[in-house]
Unconditional design. Structure first.
Length: 396
């Protein structure tokens, strides 16, 4: 290593520490799950033995399946991924259901009026019924083609000639372990039916190497918009080999923005900028550069920034970005994850402002991990950009 090369050991140690912490927490939650549903209610012998064997296998399998995402190709990839992805969702919903039933039984004073075994069995039955119900609802919501969510956004700096300009956003699709070409075709059809003026893909398009699932994203080459189709990479695109995916997207006619800015609509138009995800590559550090993306801009000209993670927004607002369009959060995907997401960022889903700058955060068009969504439906965002000056001609 040369004297000028930055040391990588602290970053690697941090990543390893985060992984071990997550592993310990998930393992503890699995023990709580097994105890609540199997051990405490004294499930009969053969079923008890089977559960005690399968739950640890499912726990380990979740991590193995994630590791194999980059190594396998369809259809084997999906055969391996589906059972563990389903378990991930059922495990989480069961864990939350146990917490709720524990709290409910304590509040009702059940502990003082029933034997420990009866209480444990009643708790397991109530939590099991709640888990089954929420899992079915969440699975149905997760697997459907996302619906269009229309939002009108007024920008003081927006050119009057473009009042009513429509940007269609898709984000966090995660083509790979579970979703493939068929879902891509359905999503493209939904976007094109809106006849948008501009299409943006705000990251996490894929989970997997380009040589394994490159053909599955071919339908995105059929996206159509008068002012083009634009992409910025998310953290999962980096994990999957961002340079290879950038080349593949350019082959499909999708324009990739990486810490750069382009004019849209000529002299009477606006500027569109895009940045790398601020997490970048754990081994190399972030490659996000908001300053490079906005350098030399005309402050009188409206600027829209594409950034996968909404945590870029404070920096963007400081630099006078009119509107940032992001994803990453999935809106929480599986309730009550939205509350946990809010501990990391206040921008979870929808429209927010910071001074004169605004940000729109998509709940995402696909899913990651379990093929489920609960109280956080997927979306195709149709953003109608308005000038705050209402006495102006509309864009047609």
């Amino acid at each position: 290593m040369s004297a000028a090369s930055p040391p990588r050991r602290p970053r690697s140690l941090l990543a390893f520490a985060v992984f071990l912490t997550a592993l310990a927490l998930v393992a503890s939650a699995h023990w709580y799950w097994l105890k609540g549903f199997v051990l405490d209610p004294a499930v009969p012998g053969p079923w008890r033995t089977l559960a005690v064997a399968l739950v640890p296998v499912a726990f380990v399998g979740m991590f193995i399946a994630l590791a194999l995402e980059r190594a396998l190709r369809p259809p084997l990839l999906r055969i391996v991924s589906w059972p563990f992805a389903l378990w991930m969702g059922v495990f989480w919903l069961g864990f939350v259901s146990l917490l709720f039933t524990d709290a409910a039984f304590v509040l009702m004073g059940a502990a003082s009026s029933a034997s420990a075994l009866d209480l444990s069995r009643g708790r397991a039955l109530a939590a099991g019924a709640l888990t089954l119900l929420t899992a079915l609802v969440a699975l149905r919501s997760g697997l459907r083609v996302p619906r269009v969510k229309r939002s009108e956004i007024a920008l003081a700096n927006w050119p009057r000639q473009l009042d009513g300009f429509r940007i269609v956003q898709i984000s966090d699709i995660h083509i790979g372990p579970l979703l493939g070409r068929r879902f891509a075709e359905q999503l493209v059809a939904r976007v094109n039916a809106l006849a948008p003026d501009l299409v943006v893909v705000t990251g996490d398009l894929v989970d997997g190497a380009v040589d394994k699932i490159g053909d599955d994203i071919a339908p995105f080459g059929e996206l159509r918009a008068e002012h083009g189709v634009w992409f910025v990479p998310g953290n999962h695109d980096f994990y999957s080999g961002v340079d290879g995916w950038e080349k593949r997207l350019r082959e499909l006619g999708i324009r990739v923005l990486r810490n750069e800015r382009v004019p849209v609509g000529g002299d009477a138009g606006f500027d569109l900028a895009g940045v790398d995800d601020h997490r970048g590559d754990w081994s190399k550090g972030t490659t996000e550069d908001v300053d490079a993306a906005v350098a030399g801009r005309d402050p009188q000209r409206a600027l829209i920034l594409l950034a996968h993670d909404p945590q870029t927004f404070p920096k963007a607002a400081e630099r006078g970005v009119d509107l940032q369009i992001s994803g990453h959060t999935h809106g929480g995907q599986l309730w009550p994850f939205s509350a946990l997401v809010r501990l990391i960022t206040p921008y979870v889903a929808g429209l927010y402002s910071r001074g004169p700058s605004q940000i729109y955060v998509s709940r995402g068009s696909g899913f990651w991990g379990p093929p489920m969504r609960l109280f956080a439906p997927s979306e195709v965002g149709e953003l109608v950009i308005r000038s705050q000056r209402t006495d102006l001609p509309k864009f047609v």
